[in-house]
Design a protein around this ligand. Sequence first.
Ligand SMILES: [Fe+2]
Length: 154
Amino acid sequence: MADKNSKLIEKLNDILRHEWTGVAQYAQAGFLVSGLWREVYSKMFFDAAEESFKHAKLIGEKIVALGGVPTVERNAVRQTNQLEEMLEMAYAFESAAVQLYKEALELAEHDRALVVLLEDILLEEQEGVDQLAKILNKLATQQAAATKGRARTG
Ligand SMILES: [Fe+2]
């Protein structure tokens, strides 16, 4: 049981490290984004930074409740001043978050309330992935439609 708990705390700290990275990475994108789309994307990036902080807060509180110490470390921040790269990095970031929360859920099966907490956050991370996939034209239906469009006009 103790071992189970320490593995869980370790995974929650992996998540916390990821969320701290998101706070810095998204805020920097919000500062740096320039050009015609700044009005739209600066707010979107700052909202994402705040969402990362909200998740960090929930996970940090839970780590302490489980007897652990919340990390103050973060991973390397990916930086660019190009909007499309910022969005690609955001897509990669949200996808990695989905993966981390799924891994934590596997370790949390014995703790129903924690499962609910992690599932609520997982849902928000998945919404982030879906939203960015639409912005970046990553969806299979969009690709199929584009191919069909080309076939018709060509
Ligand atoms: Fe998050």
